[in-house]
Design a protein around this ligand. Sequence first.
Ligand SMILES: Cc1cc2nc3c(=O)[nH]c(=O)nc-3n(C[C@H](O)[C@H](O)[C@H](O)COP(=O)(O)O)c2cc1C
Length: 214
Amino acid sequence: MASEKGKHIVDSLNWRCAAKIFDSGKKVSQEDLHTILESGRLAPSSSGIEPWKFIVVTNPEVRQKLRVASYDQPKVTDASHIVIIARRTDSENISPDVIARTAKAQGKSEEDLDGLKKMVDQTVSMKSDGDVRDGWIAAQTYIPLGIMVQTAALLKIDTCPMEGFDPSKVNVILGLSEKNLSATTMLAIGYRGDDPYADLPKTRQSYDEVVEFV
Ligand SMILES: Cc1cc2nc3c(=O)[nH]c(=O)nc-3n(C[C@H](O)[C@H](O)[C@H](O)COP(=O)(O)O)c2cc1C
């Protein structure tokens, strides 16, 4: 049923697992790391707001502190790379940034983009309640997270997406609040080690449970 390309994708996604144990001696090449991060950068977002930053932490001492803030999950120090995905907290600057970015990319004046500005302003302000707005902004950051997981799998590189950490501690360790950012997720990237979980059968709802044609 699947084409050759489709089979490669589905096989890769069946091979993928959220790796619990990483081989600390195996490094992902800079080229592959760049491809993974680039695929996250190209992720779609609601109204094109891209309210995110990906922070690749390489300093071993900082990684150790992050591990403590992540309930001592070994992957934070043992994976080849750890990326912190953060959401923007300065929602008031989101719309002006979208307009400036679009004007630059499309060679237009900001006045030309008045319709887009109204649409983005309205979308952001519709989320009037602070918590709802923060939740909506945070939700966008899961899109690059998912895409990076998939890109890595297609490159036969392991990942573990992570929410198991205390964001307030991570924000302090990385000085994120001062930069109007707050950590939402992490992505450990590397190669699986001797991981007993990796060989367990995949637990998923069936295709027919998940997919409905109307
Ligand atoms: C947003 C998100 C957060 C997660 N947080 C953690 C985590 O902190 N630690 C962990 O070991 N796994 C974490 N996982 C992995 C899930 O437990 C895993 O994807 C799920 O059980 C399905 O297993 P599989 O990915 O191996 O197929 C997370 C997954 C997602 C998508």
